[in-house]
Design a protein around this ligand. Structure first.
Ligand code: C2E
Ligand code: MG
Ligand code: MG
Length: 399
């Protein structure tokens, strides 16, 4: 404890002497290479010019209250920098500031955050709060409240070092964040290992389905970048693009930044998963109800269900039961037609006759109590890896 106390005094004195400097590491759009943000990282530059890295004092400071003071110091420095840029007419990008888990216990954290940022007239959207993954373990209730407060005040919240620790995936579902930073320990140099790729693809997939912005940290090689693009990773932070740099160097980069907003053109978003997402979006726009069914297993999975009928529907389950449910939402005169068209035996007969699809038009009641014509079409699809008979059902309103 003696050592921690001494270190704390030393760091405090270093703050007073302004020896603690903010280094900025840029973040870039993975596909367009445009500057999109930065992370503020502390560097202790001693009077003799030696640079002390955070790894040699942050862990000790985290054992006491020193870290809390350091983080507020960093936020002040970042805000002063953003104000200076604004005064010079330079367009800033959002800057992420690391906040240790100790802030969870600060009663007036959000108030102090707002007060500090407002003092410099910096828009809240330019500050991102980074909280390390390990802070979230065993703290779900408290942290969820803490994070909601920060977001309600207009700041973005990022989970840092995701995948580095002991946490379970469930907190990502319970904790309302905006950004997921994937830890560098998950990336090998070449991303050649099949299992590693599967793990990363799954992380990006779930993050995107939860509408989180993804950032890959510690990207050093072109191979890593190539792979991350296929995962549709949004932002890249790593030595491949830029190392953390002093304030003036970062200001230069911001000054020279391409101002033009990128257009989201399909050629730029042709990575497999973004292409798939685009395609799905196009399908979902046209067909508000899309169901994937396995006739052989009598099961289904609802792929999209948006503003289609007033009755909610289970998202997975038994296909026969789905048809019963569907029929109950139809006009009484159409129910039998709907049921008999979509019995498994009728569909299997059609499939065996070589038909490509089965379609029917029925009347269905909408939210407003009015019946409208709806077309339901089951398309037979072939999956090379199974013999099961699969269908994709697309439903659309005709009126
Ligand atoms: P972090 O927040 O995960 O920051 C990213 C770290 O990865 C930085 O290390 C950065 O220099 C390093 N990095 C970035 N790109 C690459 C790369 O391509 N390859 C490799 N090998 N490393 C890369 P740094 O600056 O040494 O900071 C270490 C940790 O110290 C940070 O990890 C953060 O947890 C903590 N830290 C730094 N500044 C602060 C601060 O102001 N407050 C708090 N609470 N923690 C801080
Ligand atoms: Mg960080
Ligand atoms: Mg990190």
């Amino acid at each position: 404890m003696q050592e921690v106390d001494t270190l704390y005094e030393e760091v405090k004195a270093a703050m007073d002497r302004h020896e603690l400097k903010v280094y900025y590491q840029p973040k870039y759009n993975a596909l367009t290479n445009q500057l999109k943000g930065a992370e503020a990282l502390v560097r202790w530059i001693k009077a003799d010019g030696t640079m002390v890295m955070p790894g040699s004092f942050i862990p000790q400071l985290e054992q006491g209250k020193g870290i809390v003071e350091l983080d507020w110091y960093m936020l002040n420095e970042v805000c002063a920098f953003l104000k200076e840029q604004a005064d010079k007419g330079i367009h800033s990008v959002p800057v992420a500031v690391n906040f240790s888990r100790m802030h969870i216990y600060e009663e007036d954290y959000v108030e102090r955050l707002c007060r500090t940022v407002d003092q410099y007239g910096v828009p809240h959207k330019l500050i991102e709060v980074e909280i390390t993954e390990s802070a979230l373990v065993d703290q779900s209730d408290r942290i969820a409240e803490h994070i909601s407060g920060i977001r309600e005040a207009g700041f973005c919240v990022a989970i840092d070092d995701f995948g580095s620790g002991l946490s379970s995936l469930s907190f990502v579902k319970d904790i309302p964040v905006d950004v997921l930073k994937i830890d560098k320990s998950l990336l090998s140099r070449n991303c050649e290992d099949e299992k590693e790729r599967i793990v990363l693809e799954s992380i990006f997939n779930f993050a995107h389905r939860l509408k989180l912005t993804t950032v890959a940290e510690g990207v050093e090689t072109r191979e890593q970048l190539g792979f991350l693009r296929t995962c549709d990773c949004k932002l890249i932070q790593g030595f491949l693009f830029a190392k953390p740099m002093a304030e003036q160097d970062f200001m230069e980069i911001c000054r020279n930044r391409e101002e033009a907003e990128e257009t989201e053109d399909i050629l730029l978003t042709q990575a497999p998963s973004s292409a798939t997402n685009l395609l799905l979006e196009a399908v979902f726009t046209r067909f508000p109800l899309v169901i994937f069914a396995n006739l052989t297993r009598n099961s289904f999975y609802m792929m999209a269900y948006e503003n289609f009928t007033s009755r909610t529907c289970p998202s997975t389950g038994v296909f026969d039961e789905l048809i019963q449910h569907g029929a109950s939402t139809m006009h009484p005169e159409d129910r039998e037609l709907f049921r008999s068209t979509f019995t498994i035996s009728n569909l299997m007969d059609a499939y065996n006759r070589g038909e490509k699809s089965v379609s029917v038009v029925t009347r269905q009641m909408g939210d407003d109590g009015v019946y409208r014509r709806v077309e339901t079409t089951d398309y037979f699809v072939k999956n090379p890896s199974v013999d099961d008979v699969l269908v994709i059902a697309l439903c659309q309103n005709l009126d």
